[in-house]
Design a protein around this ligand. Structure first.
Ligand code: GLN
Length: 557
């Protein structure tokens, strides 16, 4: 019988439920258990695919093409399972399914209601992950207890122990235990209130994970345990990590959370095997090298907009035992201040994906700067398209080369709409999405990185390189080193005779892991390290960069 863990959050949002859930998944897998993970999001959008990065951070794309919440990125990076469409449901999706059933007459004339119809649909979504090959399903409920939107989800998980047996379900509640400087003490009242709210709904948590800035004494934990009706060993401290997010699972392990879970479920397992994680922590704590990378994007000021990219750079740093300082640079600022002022001194320049015209010229200027100065360059999706535009304009002399996304009537549409996209009018799930195979050309930087002839990577785009221009580009020295199996779509372009100039139409950042850096990120960082060590007079690090591990660390809520 599959066991279920439900993770809820209280007191404040952004308390780190995604990371904590992923860490629990990782620890249980390290004990040899088979884990599947899922997030239920209370918002009404069918998926985050149509939301602005300002609203929701990055859209994380799965192999099967679903556009999902960025917490799924944590799940895939921390655990081994590949997630599917069933790993992320929103209120929008749940209602859509119920309404479709109603339109097909499946409710046989009944009044369709939140309870039981919506809650049944939610329960089905959860149970879809429970199969004979799964020991534990971890379901994270988005939002904060007390939100109106979240109520049907909480009601559904309240009902599940009735269906499955209380002994097969566990409720883990993440809460904030603030430290009041003026009083010089931690405060447990918000936690008591939050648990009180859960109990009103009918959910008694089994475990409390307390996010805190200051350690919680045994005495305080006893107090929380007493008021919240849980055993003291189930009050787990999760102190803010100012070094790295990869410390979170280790700290939960130190507080014996995994042990508590398996005991409570009566599951047989060995102590967690964490060698790979220990090694990555060692590499992170003992860097032998240091480089700086500029990520030039439209949403640079938003910490979560390119989350997987920043993390993938960290992974490549772990791989090379290299500390990477990442500078998040607005492409619009490059347009105003010029690349020389903002980009000089970096060891590598990365242009991530994106949509819309704002900042495009800044990206094109950044790419020119990298190309002309032999600075390692990595372009991803829109970053690849901008590389094609830049090369067309400056090397081939097609002064007005552009993408039809930004200039419909350009005389040189070097990037144009994919054929399959021409008649698409509806938004949401309509791009070229998910895993697609790609054939690599031998003797290319990509082939050297992957060490493989055929790869599979995830996509999310509507536009492509225009094949009418292929010959012209090749004649001027550009190489198309990755193509779709029928040769019809350009997936990778490269400039040989350059320190590293690789741009890809797909999103490699969705497949990098802390214990297994993505080959293209590892190669890019390797090239940047080479550049740094090759520069005779070491220039100081640019001062607008920050330590990579810190940029992605848990910050106090
Ligand atoms: N806007 C571009 C396209 O749709 C690039 C998309 C992306 O970078 N994800 O093709």
């Amino acid at each position: 019988m599959t066991k279920h863990i439900f993770v809820t959050g209280g007191v404040v949002s952004s308390i780190g439920k995604g990371l904590t859930s992923a860490s629990i998944g990782m620890l249980l897998e390290a004990r040899g258990l088979r884990v599947r993970m899922q997030k239920l999001d209370p918002y009404i959008n069918v998926d985050p695919g149509t939301m602005s990065p300002y609203q929701h951070g990055e859209v994380y794309v799965l192999d099967d093409g679903s556009e999902t919440d960025l917490d799924l990125g944590h799940y895939e990076r921390f655990t081994s399972g590949t997630l599917t469409r069933d790993s992320n449901y929103t209120t929008g999706q749940i209602y859509l399914r119920v309404i479709e059933k109603e339109r097909h007459g499946q409710f046989q004339g009944k009044t369709v209601q939140v309870i039981p119809h919506i809650t049944n649909e939610i329960k089905e979504a959860i149970l879809r992950l429970a199969d004979p090959n799964t020991d534990i399903v971890i379901t994270e409920i988005g939002g904060t207890v007390g939100d109106i939107e979240g109520l049907p989800f909480l009601e559904a998980i309240r009902q599940l122990p009735q269906d499955l047996g209380r002994e097969n379900c566990m409720f883990i509640h993440l809460t904030l235990v603030p430290y009041l400087k003026a009083a010089a003490e931690i405060k447990t009242k918000p936690t008591q209130h939050s648990v009180g709210q859960l109990r009103q709904i009918g959910i008694q948590p089994d475990v409390l994970i307390c996010r805190c800035e200051q350690s919680i004494s045994r005495e305080e934990r006893e107090k929380i345990a007493l008021f919240c009706n849980v055993p003291v060993e189930a009050v787990i401290e999760e102190k803010d990590k100012d070094f790295s997010i990869y410390e979170v699972p280790m700290s939960l392990r130190d507080h014996k959370l995994d042990e508590f879970i398996v005991k409570k479920f009566g599951l047989n397992s060995h102590p967690p095997r964490l060698e790979a994680w220990d090694n990555l922590m060692y590499s992170l704590r003992n860097p032998k090298h240091e480089i700086s990378i500029a990520v030039v994007g439209k949403y640079a000021e938003h910490k979560d907009a390119y989350k997987s990219i920043y993390e993938s750079l960290d992974h490549a740093g772990i791989h090379h035992q290299c500390q990477i300082r990442i500078a998040r640079i607005q492409s619009g600022d490059i347009e105003e201040e010029g690349p020389e002022r903002l980009l000089s001194g970096y060891d590598g320049i990365l242009i991530p994906g994106g949509f819309g015209e704002r900042g495009i010229e800044g990206k094109v200027q950044s790419i020119r700067y990298a190309r002309e100065r032999d600075i390692p360059f990595f372009g991803i999706c829109l970053g690849m398209q901008c590389a094609a535009i830049e090369f067309g304009r400056d090397v081939i002399g097609l002064a007005s080369a552009h993408s039809t996304e930004f200039d419909k009537d350009t005389p040189h549409p070097v990037i144009c709409l994919l054929d399959e996209q021409r008649n698409v009018t509806q938004l949401g799930g309509t791009m070229r999405l998910g895993a697609q195979p790609c054939h690599l050309m031998k003797d290319s930087a990509a082939h050297r990185a992957y060490q493989s002839d055929v790869i599979s990577e995830r996509h999310r785009h509507r536009y492509e390189f225009n094949n009418l221009y292929r010959q012209q580009y090749e004649a001027h020295g550009m190489r198309f080193t990755g193509l779709s199996p029928d040769g019809g779509l350009v997936e990778i372009l490269e400039l040989p005779n350059h320190a590293y100039f690789v741009a890809v139409q797909f999103h490699p950042e969705f497949k990098s892991k802390p214990t297994r850096a993505h080959p293209l990120f590892a190669a890019f960082v390797g090239a940047a390290m080479k550049r740094r060590s090759g520069r005779k007079q070491q220039r100081p690090m640019p001062n607008n960069s920050e330590e990579s591990s810190k940029s992605s660390a848990l910050t106090p809520p």
